[in-house]
Design a protein around this ligand. Sequence first.
Ligand SMILES: C[S@@+](CC[C@H](N)C(=O)[O-])C[C@H]1O[C@@H](n2cnc3c(N)ncnc32)[C@H](O)[C@@H]1O
Length: 276
Amino acid sequence: MGASTRWSTLVKARLAEMQRLDPGRGEVGPAFWDKRAKRFAAAMAGTAERDPLLARLRRATGPRSTLLDVGAGPGRFALALAPRVERVVAVDSSAVMVEIVARRARRLRLTNVEGVVGAWPDVDVAPASVSVCSYVLPLIADAKRFLRRLDACTIEQAFVYTNAASLDFLTDPLWRHFHGKPRRLGPTYLDLVDVLAELGIPAEVEVVELPTRPHHKNINAAVKAYRDQLLLPDNPAVRHELRGLLSSWLVEEKGRLRPPVRSTPAAIVSWRPQRD
Ligand SMILES: C[S@@+](CC[C@H](N)C(=O)[O-])C[C@H]1O[C@@H](n2cnc3c(N)ncnc32)[C@H](O)[C@@H]1O
């Protein structure tokens, strides 16, 4: 089995499991992100400055650079880089996410940020000096088409940011406790490097540690977030059991709750497009 077929098999099996446990969830399309945009934006606010990818992107860009952020979400990287580059295009398939980027850009008085609503790779944008795609690929079944277009829209350097361990390595014991069997694993950065190799793109990999965010404001918020993440039904028995398990597992930091690890590994996969 080739790398892109393996990738697609892993993603489809994971999405099918999500769909079976929570009908509608297996699509993870714009409606999914529209609904979660506000919560995601609040949870990620202020995280870019501590993120090793931002330092890496700062080194790769300058005042004359253009930046393309694919799946920009609420724009944590796009907006952090905008003051030091010529122009930023933030693409996202969720219109609510793009609205958040536009609102934040106005508040920061940034006039060089353009938001584009559309699902990559079917988006009409001009190539940029540097492109970034952070935490988007693990649920995209056709990684080959997605990456080929990202490469075509990049002039100098492309960066894809993704999990370096299984997406579930923290919540795996909870998943097994409730579902009685392991979760279908998604692809990792190693699969990503293999897909790029299949496209004839030799990539560099840097594994970095991401500081854990203490973002649950209380145990109720944590129960809600983990119930969603673990695809559990919303009933009093499940909430009660999850609350008991989370109460002894989560740790408090600065009045908020986080998992009992200080950081998690992520992979910065980058390449310089080769044009004939
Ligand atoms: C986990 S969030 C990551 C957001 C941002 N890149 C970050 O790291 O904070 C994933 C984002 O990718 C967007 N997305 C998913 N598939 C997409 C696609 N095919 N084209 C454009 N955006 C997509 C979602 O709407 C969501 O905003």
